[in-house]
Design a protein around this ligand. Sequence first.
Ligand code: CA2
Length: 147
Amino acid sequence: MKFLVINGPNLNLLGTREPEFYGSGSYAALVQSIRQAAAAAGIRVKTVQTNHEGKIVDSIQKAAKKYDGIVINPAAYTHTSVAILDALKAVGLPAVEVHLSDIQSREEFRRHSYISPACLKTIAGKGFAGYAEAIAFLAEYIRNKKR
Ligand code: CA2
């Protein structure tokens, strides 16, 4: 099984600001922890980070025949992007939405996600561990479906 993990705008800056929301680990450390979580779940993984909405849409479209599932932190596009919602719906791959911070307990504008209707589950407020939980959840979901 192979998963695509997509991280959206500004997550490349992890560890440089706002540790109270995003922790003190760098983006490289996040990638490392995602790789470890995938290995522990017996999953192959590809990680991508981009600051561009269209590139996220392109990655989702291209995932169709290459990956079994998607883990996505759309970052700020969570709260604005019908294009990412439509792309996830179009490919129909099982997807889990992840946020490092607890978006429900922050500003009002972060409480709504355009992406969650296309996802099996949203995991927020668990830092890097949220990605590990998403990978384990998706792996279990797909394995159960195949039974
Ligand atoms: O909690 C999350 O993971 C978010 O998706 C992160 C986004 C934010 O817009 C969402 O509302 C919630 C922001 C990512 C920016 O990350 C930075 C990290 C360090 C320094 C600057 C930005």
